[in-house]
Design a protein around this ligand. Sequence first.
Ligand SMILES: O=C(O)CCC(=O)C(=O)O
Ligand SMILES: [Fe+2]
Length: 334
Amino acid sequence: MEEAAETDASYPPIFRRPNPDPNPGSKHDADQRPAPASPVFEVPVIDLEPLDPVRLEEVCRSVGLFRITNHGVPSALMDRLLDQARGLLSLPFESKQTLFSDRLSYIWGTPSLGAKVSNLNWVEGFHIPLGQLKSRAHDLDSQDSAASFRCSADEYGQHMARIARTLFNAAAARLELDAKKTASYLSEFDGTFVRVYRYPCCPDIDTYFGMGAHTDSSVLSILCQDELGGLQVFHDNQWFDVAPIPGTLIVNLGDMMQVYSNDEYKSVKHRVLANRSKERISVCYFAFPMEDSLIISSRYKAFTYREWKAKVLEDIKATGDKLGLVRFRIDDPS
Ligand SMILES: O=C(O)CCC(=O)C(=O)O
Ligand SMILES: [Fe+2]
């Protein structure tokens, strides 16, 4: 009992019992509600040493999500990052807010203001911009757990940048994209961030998702998850579980890669199920284009990533949802 009380004190108030659903009759639409059990997806594996670009292209076209092996990220670093994140996230909610607001941004629930409560994501986490880490190096003090965590996140971010660059270059070469044109299509550091999530225990998994169905706005995203599971991918009109395998990382392509490839590569829809009795920890790295890079594609109106972000935010504020790619398609009347 004592343990449960302690856990709850570390949760943002909205995740503490009793269930905050103000309208218990309103559940997800039938097609949105988590199925009781989903089949396990046979996630394609991409070996990074050596990387086979033809195989990578096939997987980008058919699925948009894959597991990478031989990625060169030390498993001790992955374990340390997950452990440090778990430690920080289990601090009392108020401490997380006051202690970390200036060092790490602390986020929880649905980022979109004004969204329906049924869109609440049962998740909290730290948002860690990578470009700023170096300039803040003077903050680092090994006695400070937030600072040690930032240090690990920086080291981890360097590995993620290397992997993102390798995968992007190979995938872009297969599309025969002009290397000069695409130089600004991937920025491994500027505007790039890592998010460390904790998915708290959720009393009502029929109503809430850990994270609702979405595609990422990134070029690509790289995920390190603990052993619990909960990630699902939408493929062939069906949701599948993406099982965790220790030591491996999951990569999914984002909306920008779909645009660069004129819809040949898939920005894959995914979501995270909530769990009634166990907390899940994951670390996600997102790689983006340079903010003012002009993105040109035969299927989409030309836009800069800055314009994309502004539009996504505007849509989320107005409708509670990200509309994403459809807003930029050439045949979109608006
Ligand atoms: O935590 C996860 O497994 C996935 C998170 C995710 O999809 C996202 O942040 O976009
Ligand atoms: Fe995502």
